[in-house]
Design a protein. Structure first.
Length: 194
């Protein structure tokens, strides 16, 4: 085995940047830590998220704290700030998106049991209080990450990473090969211009 050099990694990533983004957007609902926002940007870039909707009290670029963890991903990932997350979710529902909460509701299922298909919007909420209660009526599905220890949840950006890559793998048809080719090349692609 041989570790790839930095120039080799750059060439590989440049070829992957030509791939269309997935029909997968994310609503950040009242995320208070700018470092978490930056981390979500970086993961969203790696996953191929089509757009981040930044809502409520969630901070947005330009900001040095976001840039510290995003490492430039805040420039690569399309995003838009909207004060009202309800308005965004209503618009997305009209466009055919399934609204999925990453939240601990009585109806939540384990994230690994959820199979996204078509256009999907993942909603992640505040680090303490979760997704705003006023949004629950707009939810189509709710998923959670089962916890085995004393704590009942992961850091919001870590939880997003776990679920975002699950969604990516499902939407791409469980890509399992290491050669950069997707098993499912018929996945619908983002309707948002990039």
């Amino acid at each position: 085995m041989r570790k790839l050099s930095h120039p080799e990694l750059v060439v590989r990533q440049q070829s992957r940047q030509k791939e269309p983004r997935l029909p997968f957007c994310v609503v950040l609902n009242d995320i208070r830590s700018l470092y978490n926002v930056g981390s979500v940007f970086r993961t969203a870039d790696g996953v191929g998220v089509e757009k981040l909707w930044i809502c409520g009290i969630t901070g947005h670029p330009p900001d040095t704290q976001i840039s510290k963890t995003a490492l430039g991903a805040e420039i690569e990932v399309p995003w838009e700030y909207r004060r009202d997350a309800r308005e965004v979710l209503r618009e997305l529902k009209l466009r055919g998106y399934r609204i999925v909460f990453l939240e601990q509701l009585a109806e939540s299922i384990p994230y690994q049991d959820y199979r996204p298909s078509g256009s999907v919007c993942l909603v992640i909420g505040n680090e303490i209080s979760g997704v705003s209660d006023g949004l629950v009526s707009l939810c189509d599905e709710t998923i959670e990450i089962e916890m085995a220890g004393a704590k009942n949840s992961l850091n919001v950006s870590v939880a997003f990473g776990v679920v975002a890559y699950h969604f990516r793998n499902q939407l791409l048809g469980e890509r399992c090969t290491g050669n950069g080719k997707h098993k499912n090349n018929t996945v619908a692609r983002s309707p948002f211009p990039v």
